[in-house]
Design a binder for this molecule. Structure first.
Ligand code: F6P
Length: 325
């Protein structure tokens, strides 16, 4: 009887990010090229607990490279955070003959991956999150696409802001991280960026906007990260009640930032990481996450990934101020 093939399970978890499909495709095709079987786990860790499995072949990942979201579906599983959920998941993996797991997701998903690795599961993480808040990689899959979506939206808002000589308050995603807001402020030429890492008051924002008005600007763009110290709706109301020169309008970009076809950069990053994750398993590596370091894909212990907090670059934050003159 032929030996049973090594079987890799792959899942996506947490908030979806453009490029996750490209990573799934790379995992599936690299595994099949190396004579391994692949099982797609639907609905993230929730599906792992429920045994929502499907066999993957070359054609199951055809036509998905350019699609946003995740064909495997995703979830934020509360049950999996409990030891009982993890135990059930491991039992389901064993019943299905899954020998190793590849988890594509954000910070929370890497925590889950580490918990499994501590219980003897061979697991490799691939960072996928628009927030780019995962320690150990320069950039996560999906961030570049989200940045481009934000840039396109802010450019459009600036057209109307200038025409009416208004201030526009724009909320970007990022519950705990100001990465998207800071980068958006640089690439969109915003006057002010509010981020969770640097508390700032409405009065300080008002001063910056008023100064922009006095300098003769035709508009003011304020980027507020979702997790900053001031709620967008409150800040808009405050600015409208103060005399800062411009009248204020508010736009919350919301989940539009998570969707859309991945950029070339994200497709390439996801393809590289998917391929490297499978090759790493073949070399006997596990308990690690793929991370972009310099120009190459490296492997970072999951324990390091989850024990460190990725900080937004203060150098970039400073740049937003200097360039807002
Ligand atoms: O983690 C990605 C993210 O888009 C965050 O920026 C945001 O705070 C959160 O997910 C929103 O989550 P949900 O889609 O579950 O509301």
């Amino acid at each position: 009887m032929p030996d049973k093939k090594f079987t890799i399970g792959v899942l996506t978890s947490g908030g979806d990010a453009p490029g996750m499909n490209a990573a799934i495709r790379a995992v599936v095709r690299t595994s099949l090229s190396n004579n391994m079987d692949v099982i797609g786990i639907q609905n993230g860790y929730e599906g792992l607990i429920n045994g929502e499995f499907r066999n993957m072949n070359e054609r199951s990942v055809g036509g998905i490279l350019q699609r946003g979201g995740t064909v495997l579906l995703t979830s934020r599983s509360k049950r999996f955070m409990e030891p009982s959920g993890q135990r059930d998941a491991i039992r389901k993996m064993n019943e299905a003959g899954i020998n190793a797991l590849i988890v594509i997701g954000g910070e929370g998903s890497m925590n889950g991956a580490y918990a499994l690795s501590q219980q003897g599961v061979k697991v490799i993480g691939i960072p996928g999150s628009i927030d780019n808040d995962i320690w150990g990689t320069n950039i996560a899959i999906g961030t570049d696409t989200a940045m481009n979506t934000i840039m396109e939206a802010v450019d459009k808002l600036r057209d109307t802001a200038s025409s009416h000589q208004r201030a526009f308050l724009i909320e970007t995603m990022g519950r705990n991280s100001g990465y998207l807001a800071v980068m958006a402020a640089i690439v969109c030429g915003a006057e002010v960026a509010l981020i969770p890492e640097v508390p700032i008051t409405a009065d300080e924002v008002a001063v910056a906007v008023e100064e922009a008005y006095k300098r003769g600007k035709t508009h003011a763009i304020i980027i507020n990260a979702e997790g900053s110290s001031i709620r967008t709706i409150d800040l808009a109301e405050k600015l409208d009640n103060m005399d800062v020169g411009f009248k204020t309008r508010m736009t919350i970009l919301g989940h539009i930032q998570r969707g859309g076809s991945p950029t070339a950069y994200d497709r390439l990053l996801a393809s590289r990481m998917g391929l490297k994750a499978v090759e790493a398993l073949m070399e006997g590596k596990h308990g690690v996450m793929t991370g972009l370091k310099g120009k190459g894909v490296d492997f970072i212990p999951l324990l390091d990934v989850i024990s460190n907090k990725r900080q937004v670059s203060m150098e970039y934050y400073h740049m937003t101020k200097v360039l807002a003159r």
